[in-house]
Design a binder for this molecule. Structure first.
Ligand code: AMP
Length: 270
C-alpha cells in the first residue's frame, strides 16, 4: 500500500472492527468511488483490544472474517488488512499513545475511560500502515469522527477525513454490529433511540430550543420504552461542548442500554 501511494495511486482506508453490515459497506463503496478504478480501496478488520474497557465485550464481540471478506470484495475493496492476533498491531512493550483533548473527554469518553485513546492510537497506526490520502468514518460514531478530525488536524496528518451518513434499518434503528446481541424484545425496545431523536427534532422544529428540556423529554422517552439511559446530551457538533439552547446543527447524542447491550445514536437538530 505504501508502494501504491508512492506509485501515484490514490489510497482510501475504511477502518472497521468487522462483522460487517450496510453501514460499513456504504463507507467501502464510497472509498472505491473516491479512489477511482486505478486507486486502492483498503479496509481494515481489527477488533482493537485497546479501545475496550476491562468489563466490556471484547471477548464476545461478534466475528465473521470469511463472510466479511466476501462483503468487502462485493463492495469493491481491493485489499483487507485483517491482523489475526492483537500482538501483530500492539507488540509487547507498546508504550506510545495518542490522547485527544476535550472532544474525547465527555460523552462516551467519560463512560468508557481509555476508549478514545485506543481508537486514536489504532487509527494512527492504520494510517501509518496503509498511508491513505482519504479515510472514511461513519457519523453513527459522531464523537469518534470528531476525535479523528482533531487528531488529524493537531498532528498535521496528510489524510482527508470523510464522514458518512448513518445507515439505518427500515424501522430506523442505526445499523451496528452490536445489534446482534439484542433479543427480539430488546430489538423492539431499541427503536426508542432513533424514535427519541426524531421526537427531539420535532420538538426543536416546533420551537423548543431549551437543551435541558429537550434532553429531559428524551431521557423520559427512552426510560419509558425500557431503555436504561447512559447519556443524553445536546452539544456543539465539532467541539462537543454542551449547549444551553439548541441552534441549527446542534447535535443530540444518546447512549442507552437494552439489557446489557449498550447502543449509541445521534442526530442533528433542525
Ligand atoms: P465499527 O466496526 O463499529 O468500528 O465501525 C467501523 C466504521 O463504520 C466506523 O467509522 C463507524 O462509524 C462506521 N459505521 C458503523 N455503523 C454505521 C452505520 N450504521 N452507518 C454508517 N457508518 C457506520
Amino acid at each position: 500500500m505504501i508502494a501504491a501511494r508512492d506509485g501515484g495511486r490514490r489510497v482510501a482506508l475504511v477502518p472497521t472492527m468487522g462483522y460487517l453490515h450496510e453501514g460499513h459497506l456504504s463507507l467501502m463503496r464510497e472509498a472505491r468511488r473516491r479512489v477511482g478504478p486505478e486507486g486502492l480501496a483498503v479496509a481494515s478488520i481489527f477488533v482493537n483490544p485497546t479501545q475496550f474497557g476491562p468489563q466490556e465485550d471484547l471477548a464476545r464481540y461478534p466475528r465473521d472474517l470469511e463472510g466479511d471478506l466476501a462483503k468487502c470484495a462485493a463492495a469493491g475493496v481491493d485489499a483487507v488488512l485483517a491482523p489475526e492476533r492483537p500482538e501483530q498491531v500492539f507488540a509487547p512493550g507498546h508504550q506510545t499513545w495518542i490522547e485527544v483533548g476535550p472532544v474525547a473527554q465527555g460523552l462516551c469518553g467519560a463512560r468508557r475511560p481509555g476508549h478514545f485513546r485506543g481508537v486514536a492510537t489504532v487509527v494512527m497506526k492504520l494510517f501509518q500502515l496503509t498511508r491513505p490520502q482519504v479515510a472514511l468514518f461513519g457519523e453513527k460514531d459522531w464523537q469518534q469522527l470528531q476525535v479523528i478530525r482533531a487528531m488529524v488536524r493537531d498532528l498535521d496528518l496528510d489524510v482527508e477525513v470523510v464522514g458518512m451518513p448513518i445507515v439505518r434499518e427500515p424501522d430506523g434503528l442505526a445499523r451496528s454490529s452490536r445489534n446482534a446481541y439484542l433479543s427480539p424484545d430488546e430489538r423492539r425496545r431499541a427503536l426508542a433511540l432513533s424514535r427519541t431523536l426524531a421526537e427531539a427534532q420535532e420538538r426543536a422544529r416546533a420551537g423548543q430550543r431549551d437543551a435541558a428540556r429537550l434532553a429531559e423529554s428524551a431521557r423520559a422517552a427512552l426510560a419509558s420504552a425500557g431503555a436504561r439511559v447512559d447519556y443524553v446530551e445536546i452539544v456543539e457538533p465539532e467541539s462537543l461542548q454542551p449547549v444551553a439552547r439548541a441552534a441549527p446543527g446542534s447535535r443530540m447524542l444518546v447512549a442507552a442500554y437494552l439489557g446489557t447491550t449498550r447502543l449509541i445514536d445521534n442526530a442533528a437538530l433542525p
